[in-house]
Design a protein around this ligand. Structure first.
Ligand code: G3P
Length: 216
């Protein structure tokens, strides 16, 4: 499974890259706004840090303007993937961008049906938001299981990019289900690396080592 960092913060992205586990980055308008950065310069900076797919989202709401924005964003770097929201306008934009050989990530997906239609429209990635479904007591990972199954049934090339990942369980279940990508905050990456028995074991190794060293 590929791991993307879900952030526009350069330090967070660099930390994830330092662990040797990062294959790409996803951003969204809120993440860009949080940094107070210009999207073009920030996406260009991210492309210089990570040699992989970098998602940059349009903010237009009409498909023609989405396409214009998408063309502009795709000019930043060859690794840019244009994010468009699922819906009538987003699918029209995704179809047109596909015809122009521009990769898209159809986002804000909350049902398997939305994912299926986005794949048929030619999306390179679909982004089901699992955490936001969990937030309203709907099992987000069940949606991912259905999407993975549907895409396998019809051999779609579109990749399932699990988003709104809030905890290690989301990540583990995504991997077990065969999702193509999970995008997550670097804080979740840190959580994935932690285990109390690892800490306890290392502490004992070092204590035994130093004790023996003192006896020599
Ligand atoms: O960036 C898309 C998605 O990962 C956002 O996650 O935590 O804002 O629901 P979240």
């Amino acid at each position: 499974m590929k791991i993307f960092i879900d952030s526009a913060n350069l330090e967070d992205i660099e930390e994830g890259v330092s662990y040797g586990v990062v294959d790409g980055v996803t951003t969204n308008p809120s993440l860009i706004a949080k940094e107070g950065a210009d999207i073009h310069s920030r996406i260009r900076q991210i492309c210089e840090i990570v040699d992989g797919p970098i998602s940059a989202e349009v903010v237009a709401t009409e498909w023609e303007e989405m396409v214009e924005e998408g063309r502009d964003l795709s000019q930043i770097h060859e690794n840019v993937v244009v994010k468009v929201p699922v819906g009538p306008e987003g699918l029209r934009a995704a179809k047109k961008l596909r015809e122009e050989n521009i990769d898209t990530n159809v986002t804000l997906i909350f049902s398997p049906s939305q994912a299926l239609l986005a794949a048929k429209a030619g999306a390179s990635y679909v982004s089901p938001f699992v955490g936001r479904l969990d937030d309203i007591t709907q099992p987000g990972m069940e949606m991912v299981r259905d999407i993975v199954q549907i895409f396998q049934n019809y051999d779609f090339a579109t990749q399932v990019l699990v988003a709104s990942v809030r905890n290690p369980l989301h990540f583990l279940e995504a991997a077990k289900m065969g999702a193509d990508v999970a995008t997550l905050p670097v804080a979740v990456v840190r959580q994935l690396l932690k285990h109390p028995l690892t800490d306890i074991g290392l502490e004992k190794f070092l204590a035994d080592w130093h004790k023996a060293s003192e006896l020599r």
